[in-house]
Design a protein around this ligand. Structure first.
Ligand SMILES: [Fe+2]
Ligand SMILES: [Fe+2]
Length: 373
């Protein structure tokens, strides 16, 4: 794929994502987690904690969301049936029967994978499920830290109140994904290096709206789509229910980002907005890169370099990968990120082949549909 021409004054892809061509496999696979035993990971958060003495109701839509959050709390210990017995191999086999392993096995002719029998595909599928849920878990911890940071850094009273409820929501999400992996999946995977790099970038940025953009719009927008996909795919009742509860919260979180940033971005200069467009692009690429799940291939004796170029063009995979952007693209449009600066982000989403979602419903009000009955 050729590099899109850069108008003057705009950063080149290499400055934003560390490579010029978005499908440069060597560069993507060169980003690996070098410390698999790491337990603690420190990141500078570079921001002031802001008090506000203005306690008046200035943003009714955020206050409405806050009221909704208070009455939508659930308890991961008692609302989910942890006695459900989960036989991983049967669950994954059933899900694979519905949609292979998310991959098209006959697409891998000429590689070591071509000779895999059903059992080997099943084992790969089990680790793929563990890996996916693990990255959900690590992303949830990222959300926990980001919303704690937003509570401190956002200058608006109504937003501080709402963000505080999201901290509790995210604690609950870390709790339930962690417990599911531990009790039902026999453990998980270390954080993927692309995801960690993105979470680091979001936390390190000193500007409060960048935390929202990286987390509420990009990471949570993708999570909402990915959780929805897994929920449609699996009949495992505990996971299905867990995802239903988490999604009800996530839809509110994305709405929080859309409602807050719409106000801020409408006031920004082109130059300021371009920095947001570039950050959105960087986040989109990091999330796409992580879904190539290089660690799972390695664990199954496959050199990712042999297979990942094929994964990028696997039709089953491609459909899944595009669908991940079903929330991000319309929300970016609603925020004015697609078309400012000569449609800079629109061009990037065209290159990524995800622009077709631009007219789907945005998540500013859609959260009502996800409410638990
Ligand atoms: Fe979450
Ligand atoms: Fe969230």
């Amino acid at each position: 794929m050729s590099t899109t021409e850069q108008p003057t004054g705009h950063a080149a892809n290499a400055d934003i994502i560390g490579r010029n061509e978005i499908d440069d496999i060597e560069a993507i696979l060169a980003v690996t987690n070098v410390d698999a035993d790491e337990v603690e990971h420190a990141v500078k958060d570079n921001a002031d904690a802001i008090f506000t003495w203005d306690y008046s109701l200035l943003r009714p839509q955020l206050r409405k969301l806050y009221e909704k959050a208070k009455t939508s709390q659930w308890n991961g210990t008692t609302d989910l049936d942890w006695d459900t017995s989960v036989e991983i191999d049967k669950v994954v086999a059933a899900d694979q029967a519905a949609l292979a392993s998310g991959l098209s096995p006959d697409h891998y002719a000429g590689t070591i994978v071509e000779k895999w029998n059903d059992k080997e595909w099943l084992n790969f599928g089990i680790d793929s499920r563990r890996w996916t849920l693990s990255q959900f878990l690590h992303g949830e911890q990222g959300a926990l830290l980001c919303t704690a940071k937003i509570t401190e850094t956002v200058p608006w009273y109504d937003a501080k109140l709402y963000a505080a409820t999201q901290v509790v929501d995210e604690a609950r999400h870390v709790e339930v994904f962690g417990r599911y992996l531990d009790e039902k999946m026999g453990g998980g995977f270390q954080v993927n290096a692309h995801l960690r790099m993105l979470l680091d970038d979001i936390i390190e940025d000193s500007r409060w709206d960048m935390t929202y953009l990286g987390m509420q719009i990009m990471v949570e927008g993708l999570a909402l789509a990915a959780f929805g996909y897994m929920r449609q795919l699996t009949d495992e009742p505990l996971l299905n229910n867990l995802l239903k509860y988490v999604m009800a919260d996530e839809a509110r979180h994305v709405a929080f980002g859309v409602l807050s940033l719409k106000e801020v971005y409408a006031e920004m200069s082109d130059k300021e907005l371009l920095e947001r467009q570039e950050f959105a692009f960087e986040a989109a690429i990091r999330m796409r890169d992580r879904f190539l799940q290089q660690e799972v291939w390695e664990r199954h004796g496959v050199n990712p370099k042999d297979v990942v170029p094929l994964v990028l063009h696997d039709p089953t995979r491609k459909m899944f990968q595009q669908m991940l952007f079903a929330k991000i693209v319309p929300n970016s449009k609603k925020l004015g990120l697609l078309d400012r600066n000569n449609s800079w982000l629109r061009r990037r989403f065209e290159e990524m082949d995800v622009i077709q979602f631009e007219d789907l419903e945005d998540t500013g009000s859609e959260y009502e549909q996800y409410q638990l009955s």
